[in-house]
Design a protein around this ligand. Structure first.
Ligand code: SF4
Ligand code: SF4
Length: 333
């Protein structure tokens, strides 16, 4: 405790870190969605590492004693060796590590790249994209010799991993991004030292359907529609109107934001408790509402109405799914 704090009898603040790996940055902005409540966070925690908003160096974290960070909110998936290093470093320095948001939790949109591999990604991005002019065929290398020495870049892995596939995590805070009120629920529980037993999800255990005000009548669908094909009735379940609404398989927490504005849930809160594979759960749920008498008929309804099965069933969860290790093979299957 510092001399100043001892004099004023102010308890030592706990330490908070936030980090951003393979993600879009939306989770960083979502933290600011708690608005003035960030001041309560600052009253309870010293923010010791948050590269997005303050200057901090990796060596500063390396010098911290193990376990000296009380709470680390880690957003983003693991795509490069640098991100893996930071995940391992922050794991060892943190008492509590939270997989914050869908990328850290399930891989999210970066994880969709697991349908292909590094070689194809580099070929598209650096050689074949229409806007690329690269006559020398240069692609990033982990090491490049220059007169001054060797330049190093983080290694770009073949496969995107979740944080939990890389290091043990204590909690998951789902969402793309997590809702500000859910972030505050977690932070205020941490402030009060009332986080639940480690190993679970900081969030609801019901589904988006339970938060959705639309009427469901167990009507089946003989055809799936794309959102641009219909202006849905605002009162009736979107799934029963033929739209692929993932709320049926998705964890609650957002307040059914999308169905409330006439847009189907796309599943950003991930699977509910006890579901090992979100896509499989969603396929099972959709199968129960298909109005088909034969397997052939069901296949036709799915093929005509769901032209992008991976992007529909695994939009947020491919890296964390049972298919995760199949880079380059999912698409061929
Ligand atoms: S399937 Fe979608 S629209 Fe229907 S009740 Fe669930 S969340 Fe609402
Ligand atoms: S309705 Fe679905 S897609 Fe929309 S915010 Fe909620 S969980 Fe995410």
């Amino acid at each position: 405790m510092t001399a100043d704090r001892r004099r004023k009898r102010v308890p030592e603040k706990r330490k908070l870190a936030l980090y951003w790996a393979a993600s879009c940055g939306g989770c960083e902005i979502a933290v600011l969605g708690i608005n003035e409540r960030i001041l309560e966070v600052a009253e309870s925690f010293d923010i010791v590492f948050w590269p997005c908003v303050m200057d901090a160096k990796v060596r500063d974290v390396e010098r911290m004693p193990d376990g000296s960070i009380d709470l680390c909110l880690f957003n983003g998936a693991i795509r490069t060796s640098e991100q893996e290093y930071m995940a391992r470093l922050l794991r060892s320095k943190s008492k509590v590590l939270v997989a914050f948001g869908s990328c850290a939790h399930e891989g999210c949109i970066p994880g969709l790249a697991n349908v292909t591999n590094r070689e194809e990604i580099f070929r598209t991005s650096y050689l074949e994209a229409p806007s690329v002019e690269n006559p020398a065929g240069t692609v990033p290398q982990p090491e490049t010799d220059v007169p001054e020495g060797v330049l190093r870049l983080p290694e770009f892995y073949d496969t995107v991993k979740t944080l939990g596939q890389t290091v043990p995590v204590d909690y998951v805070l789902p969402g793309c991004p997590p809702e500000a009120d859910r972030i505050w629920d977690a932070l205020s529980a941490a402030i009060r030292s009332e986080l639940p037993e480690p190993g679970g999800v900081l969030g609801a255990s019901t589904t988006v359907c339970d938060e959705c005000p639309r009427t469901r009548t167990e009507k089946k669908s003989a055809r799936f529609l794309r959102p641009y094909e219909v202006i849905p009735d605002p009162e009736t379940c979107l799934l029963e109107q033929g739209l692929v609404c993932c709320g049926i398989a998705t964890r609650a927490g957002c307040g059914a934001k999308c169905p409330k504005v006439n847009s189907p849930c796309i599943g950003c809160y991930g699977p509910n408790d006890g579901v090992e594979d979100y896509g499989a759960r969603l396929m099972g749920a959709l199968a129960s509402v298909i109005d088909a008498k034969t397997e052939e008929e069901a296949r036709r309804i799915v093929e005509e109405g769901i032209p992008d099965p991976i992007g529909t069933f695994y939009r947020f969860s491919l890296a964390g799914s049972l298919l995760r290790g199949t880079a380059g093979k999912v698409r061929e299957a």
